[in-house]
Design a protein around this ligand. Structure first.
Ligand SMILES: Cc1cc2nc3c(=O)[nH]c(=O)nc-3n(C[C@H](O)[C@H](O)[C@H](O)COP(=O)(O)OP(=O)(O)OC[C@H]3O[C@@H](n4cnc5c(N)ncnc54)[C@H](O)[C@@H]3O)c2cc1C
Length: 417
């Protein structure tokens, strides 16, 4: 397997790297200052300025493989770009490539009606509005998505929506205008488990939506993006806001999550690279017991292992992306689950080691490591906890064997679909 990039993709990658150096890194502090000055739940002006520059430089909507709307990159090619963007917490949005908008735009491209595309996809592609995805609920164990209990009931030409969602990321942003809301539409508990739920477009200004609170991650509010706990009380939306059709929510969810996991993992690797860079710079520049910290105790091993693990994580992720491009998301399901487990775990460990090498400064606001750790630790839960993905991987492995009539184990044909 050779991960060769086409010339167009290599050029884009170099231009993204260049933009990161010239525009993104120098403006990170300005962004943080503007969020503070604006009362946190604001749109920092520097972000909109950077978006305009990225758009002008044609570094815009680089995701969306196989689509007339994107940059025409494969998953594998885009993965390299996502890694670069992951090096800074503000970069993805500047290129209009940030979650959950990317996944939501993919849903609209693949499953939206022409009217839905016109109303919601167009402004999302232009970066005029932002969006959220509401699946997880406070009242049920949402790692089993079939537990989801919020309802939408048809009443004339409208659906009436009731329930609560939390961890609805992005809903704190004043530009967030639309939520892709997953809920039960078939009230019969005996109906097939994966055919009871649907996805509906819910505009955020609809009457009956209440923000109960903004969730914190280890004390971070992640403003101005944020993660909202929302209550939906008799929220009415037009019948035409249904995506694809009643009972097709899980079908859409499957299509949505594959590319998103590659993006998350490659961004995580970019973040891991930045943590390793900080670890090396601090380790070389600070002296204790007469030596640079990097050369004390087992610290060279810590640095070496971090490099080895990051490279392993990248190769596995590129392999999953390559499989998505060549054999499709369904066949690549085990590989996609594998990266979703291993990459956040590896990067979390690397950030933890970088924190250790920084001493007290590592957990402070002086370096970005504490926030990076919070983000990476979260990724072991968001989009499904590790255990759920391990379960899927093990199920596939065990499926290679069966017990015959004599009680012996034999190999069986394994279906990847
Ligand atoms: C910062 C952040 C952002 C998020 N953004 C969004 C978002 O935008 N939209 C959205 O809908 N959701 C979002 N989530 C929610 C996230 O997807 C859920 O938290 C996750 O799916 C787990 O659901 P739960 O919290 O209900 O955990 P539960 O279902 O209560 O599970 C708790 C624990 O049970 C264990 N467990 C579950 N299944 C198994 C198993 N099969 N084997 C062994 N152990 C198991 C796991 O350890 C798991 O962590 C976000 C979460 C965070 C923290």
């Amino acid at each position: 397997m050779i991960f060769e990039l086409r010339k167009e993709a290599r050029d884009l990658l170099n231009r993204v790297k260049d933009f990161m150096e010239k525009e993104i890194f120098p403006n990170e502090q300005t962004y943080s200052n503007q969020v503070e000055e604006g009362g946190r739940w604001c749109v920092p002006p520097v972000l909109e300025e950077l978006k305009t520059k990225a758009k002008e430089a044609k570094l815009w909507n680089l995701f969306l493989p196989e689509s007339e709307y994107g940059a025409g990159l494969t998953n594998l090619e885009y993965a390299h770009l996502a890694e670069q963007m992951g090096r800074s917490g503000i970069a993805s949005e500047v290129f209009n490539c940030s979650a959950p908008d990317t996944g939501n735009m993919e849903v609209l491209v693949r499953y939206g009606s022409e009217a839905q595309k016109d109303e919601w996809l167009r402004p999302l592609l232009n970066g005029e509005i932002r969006s959220a995805f509401g699946m997880t609920e406070p009242g049920v164990a949402s790692s089993d998505a079939t537990n989801m209990a919020a309802t939408a009931v048809l009443d004339g030409d409208e659906y009436v929506i009731n329930g609560e969602k939390w961890w609805t990321s992005g809903a704190g942003d004043p530009r967030c205008k639309i939520i892709i809301f997953m809920c039960v539409t078939d009230q019969d508990p005996d109906a097939p488990r994966h055919k009871r739920h649907s996805m509906i477009l819910v505009p955020t200004d609809t009457k009956g939506i209440e923000t109960r609170k903004m969730m914190h991650v280890f004390g971070y509010d992640d403003a101005p993006h944020g993660h909202a706990h929302l209550k939906f009380d008799n929220v009415r939306v037009p019948k035409s806001n249904m995506l694809l059709g009643e009972g097709r929510g899980f079908e859409i969810a499957q299509g949505r999550l594959g590319p998103g996991r590659i993006h998350h993992c490659m961004r995580a690797i970019g973040l891991g690279e930045r943590a390793l860079e900080l670890m090396c710079k601090r380790g070389l520049s600070r002296v204790a017991f007469g030596k640079p910290i990097a050369h004390l105790g087992g610290n060279v091993d810590v640095i070496a292992n971090s490099r080895i693990e990051l490279n392993m994580a990248r190769l596995l992720t590129l392999q999953a992306a390559h499989m998505m491009d060549t054999v499709g998301n369904k066949v690549a399901a085990s590989e996609i689950a594998q990266i979703k487990v291993i990459v956040p775990n590896i990067v979390c460990d690397i950030v933890d080691r970088a924190i250790q090498m920084h001493g007290g400064a590592g957990v402070s606001q002086v370096f970005p490591l504490a926030k990076m750790y919070a983000g990476m630790r979260t990724l072991r839960l968001a989009d499904g906890p590790d255990e759920v993905h391990r379960r899927a991987i093990a199920r596939y492995e065990l499926g290679k064997y069966s017990i015959n009539a004599s009680g012996e184990v034999e190999s069986s044909e394994v279906s990847r679909s």
